[in-house]
Design a protein around this ligand. Structure first.
Ligand SMILES: Cc1cc2nc3c(=O)[nH]c(=O)nc-3n(C[C@H](O)[C@H](O)[C@H](O)COP(=O)(O)OP(=O)(O)OC[C@H]3O[C@@H](n4cnc5c(N)ncnc54)[C@H](O)[C@@H]3O)c2cc1C
Length: 389
């Protein structure tokens, strides 16, 4: 039996009313047809300013998966979780707007998050998404080695400057900054940029952390190269390890364009690769720190086992675990209860602007086999426990 089955611990922060609502919601999004219809209606109505729809969203999906409309309004959730030794990682969840003004605004928001996190153990990391700081196609063109026009060069320099500004500020304030990973055809451009930041700001400790998607082939080789670079240039490494979120899109593009699929051939191969990354971390702890971003119970247990075998304290500051807010509370709250470094990605933003994030969560919970079933099973178990049946 799984060690993550204690629903009293998992849902310590949720009222019975909230659990009833979550149960209803997960039941709805279990139906793919209903979800895709709902998403279409949602995108249309929210963007055409139907206030009552925003209200419905706010009291359902938003309440389940988002901390609040602003950083300040999310503080209630942050404080609640921190009482259970769970940190929050503010995730500015506005996606898909590709304008310079929006990129500047996002950069400002991240700087505010750094100030907010400084010296605050309830907020152990600050995170940003590469496409929050620049246009997707420009990253792709840089990666493909395309000759940029002079205005594109200026645009790229503005992206580089945003990275430099936030990493410099994070370094000055001793706050760890983590960069999310995205599609492979922009990720090399991102990796190169992040590597420059690492060389600049990770001399005393790992301040700038990159994300490594273990569903990709060749990532273990990449880690070995990265370690070699870090040893040569004398800086520390920090990684967020995930399996990866864009599998279908990656496979479809590779097939369409006729290049080798960059994703592991099977789920088992991805799992093995993720486990190999755990080994890589444990074998290089003098240089490497890690954040395991996963809802997978086996991977989480494996990290815990490896820590035990190495006599590491549960709260060793080189090892962290993270799940998304609204999902897998059974893992996060268990880890927090046992004094591991547990965190939640806590998205925030105006209801209208976080709809793309919410629709991804709804789709993911429809498509990821077992995830919704697992969430529902745990919620129902806890509701039965509270009713004494
Ligand atoms: C805190 C946190 C931060 C995250 N940040 C990022 C990020 O920056 N970038 C990003 O891309 N994702 C990110 N993710 C999402 C992550 O990559 C996974 O998509 C998601 O967590 C599901 O994987 P899992 O390890 O939780 O669980 P599992 O359910 O064990 O694994 C599901 C994953 O396995 C892989 N998989 C499934 N089927 C196959 C198959 N047939 N062949 C090969 N592989 C397969 C896919 O990656 C799939 O998402 C993040 C997740 C968390 C919890």
């Amino acid at each position: 039996m799984s060690i993550f089955n204690d629903t009293k611990i998992a849902f310590a922060d949720k009222s019975t009313k909230q659990l009833e609502k979550a149960k209803w919601m997960f039941k709805m999004i279990q139906h793919p047809h209903l979800t895709s219809l709902g998403i279409k209606a949602l995108n249309f109505t929210v963007h055409n300013n139907f206030p009552f729809v925003q209200d419905i969203v706010k009291h359902t999906l938003f309440e389940q998966f988002v901390g609040g409309e602003t950083r300040e309004k999310s503080m209630e959730v942050v404080k609640k979780m921190f009482k259970h030794h769970i940190g929050s990682i503010f995730d500015y969840a506005i996606e898909g707007k590709e304008e310079e003004e929006t990129f500047d605004h996002t950069c400002e928001e991240i700087k505010q998050n750094i100030k907010f996190a400084e010296g605050n153990p309830a907020i152990p990391f600050v995170v940003f998404k590469p496409t929050g700081f620049g246009r997707f196609n420009l990253y792709a063109e840089v990666q493909a080695g395309k000759e940029l026009t002079s205005s594109e060069k200026e645009e790229w320099n503005r992206i580089v400057k945003r990275y430099e500004d936030v990493c410099k500020m994070a370094h000055e304030r001793n706050v760890i900054i983590m960069i999310d990973a995205e599609e492979t055809w922009i990720q090399t451009a991102v990796d190169n940029l992040v590597n420059e930041m690492k060389a600049q700001f990770n001399k005393e400790k790992a301040i700038v952390w990159n994300t490594i998607q273990m569903y990709r082939t060749g990532r273990l080789e990449y880690l070995a190269e990265d370690l070699k670079r870090a040893n040569e240039k004398n800086y520390f490494l920090g990684y967020k390890f995930v399996r990866g979120a864009y599998m279908e899109k990656e496979r479809a593009r590779a097939e369409e364009m006729g290049y080798q699929d960059p994703i592991q051939p099977t789920k088992q191969a991805t799992d093995d690769n993720f486990n190999a990354a755990i080994d890589f971390v444990m074998n290089n702890l003098d240089k490497v720190s890690a954040f395991f971003g996963t809802h997978n119970e086996k991977s989480t247990e494996l990290v815990m086992d490896r820590m035990k075998a190495m006599n590491l304290p549960h709260d060793d500051d080189r090892i962290h675990f993270g799940q998304l807010y609204g999902m897998s509370d059974n893992i996060t709250y268990y880890l927090g209860d046992k004094n591991y470094n547990a965190c939640k990605y806590l998205p925030y933003g105006p209801v209208k602007d976080v709809v793309p994030y919410l629709t991804r969560r709804a789709q993911e919970n429809t498509s990821v086999a077992g995830q919704t079933g697992r969430e529902l099973g745990l919620i129902e178990k806890e509701l039965r426990r509270r009713k004494g049946v």
